[in-house]
Design a binder for this molecule. Structure first.
Ligand code: GLN
Length: 326
């Protein structure tokens, strides 16, 4: 495999150019099925990349707090992988793309042997049900939140208004939780699992925090900011495979084909991308497309990946290197 060196300056220029290019893009609409998200500032837009040496490159609104939503499925899947191992995750949840929307009930009916993958709602609720200590809501919440904080390297807080907003409108997810119960694919109390899933989706994060979480995944569990080893390096390939397979739901194939960045989106407007060994990157902007993926964030990440020719399957090994001194 060929090595290719990319100077930090090149990455900085690509990120800033992406920001300037797509700042004015007016496509997409805020998610409106969760009332809180409908009111988020539609012009907010930020891009952040975290490098192996802990340097973070940012452009735009990288300190704005927004709902992590489905991106929370990634850290909780990691927690389950850590606690149970990959074979058990494969057996109890699965690792297959559904090719359907994130909240599909049909996907569960078609695959009654598995909730498919921890990165769609069914599998994520199932994953939450496996978090230890089983049967103890407070203990489980502590474990979920602490895991996210270790990955991000800083504190995250619940957005109460979002949690309330989502709790009164999550009827579809309630149906999913009980359907999983009927297939013996939920491993704790369904209502508790649903509540914890809703709560984890309502955590507030910034683009900078997500870039650090992505970097921790990209660097085999080593958080470049706190210098802590958060998980065993063997799990990077597992979690990145899940992201590459289903991170954009029914549009994952298109996304991987054109952009080549294993990534996970959330209806709050965030996207977190992991390029193993290279960097963690995140972008955020509330207006989303019909599949629930942020339009500006997709464009920005796509631009950076293309500009620097970073497609994960391009047969090269990229390294971000210091700028040359004159
Ligand atoms: N909390 C949202 C839901 O379950 C998350 C969906 C998403 O971000 N794709 O509907």
């Amino acid at each position: 495999m060929m090595d290719r060196r990319i100077r930090k300056e090149e990455l900085k220029i690509a990120i800033h150019e992406a920001y300037l290019r797509f700042r004015e893009c007016n496509e997409g609409r805020n998610a409106d099925y969760i009332p809180y998200l409908a009111n988020a500032g539609s012009s907010l837009f930020g891009i952040a990349a975290c490098l192996p040496d802990g340097e973070i490159i940012t452009a735009g609104d990288c300190s704005s707090v927004f709902g992590i939503e489905s991106i929370s499925k990634v850290p909780t899947a990691l927690l389950v992988l850590k606690d149970y191992g990959s074979e058990t995750l494969l057996d109890m949840i699965g690792a297959d793309a559904t090719g359907m929307p994130f909240n599909s009930v049909l996907a569960i009916l078609l695959e009654n042997e598995h909730p498919s993958t921890p990165l769609v709602n069914a599998g994520a609720i199932s994953a939450v049900s496996m978090v230890r200590p089983v049967g103890n809501s407070d203990g489980k919440w502590e474990a979920i939140k602490e895991n996210i904080e270790k990955l991000c390297g800083s504190e995250v807080r619940l957005i109460d208004e979002l949690y309330r907003s989502e709790s009164v409108s999550n009827h579809n997810n309630r149906a999913i939780a009980w359907l999983l119960k009927s297939y013996n694919r939920i491993y704790d109390e369904p209502e508790m699992s649903l509540d914890l899933y809703t709560r984890q989706c309502s955590l507030g994060v910034t683009a900078t925090q997500l870039s650090i979480m992505a970097a921790t995944i990209a660097f085999g569990g080593y958080n470049p900011i706190t210098h802590e080893h958060v998980f065993n390096s063997s799990l990077t390939s597992r979690i990145t495979s899940l992201m590459a397979t289903v991170g954009f739901y029914e549009h994952t194939g298109d996304w991987m084909f054109s952009c080549g960045l294993p990534a996970k989106s959330g209806v709050g407007g965030g996207i977190m991308g992991v390029l193993p060994g290279v960097f963690g990157i995140a972008a955020f902007s509330p207006p989303i497309d019909a599949a629930g993926n942020s339009v500006r964030a997709q464009r920005a990440l796509h631009f950076v990946m293309e500009q620097l020719n970073l497609h994960i399957f391009n047969g090269e090994r990229a390294f971000i290197v210091e700028d040359e001194k004159n």
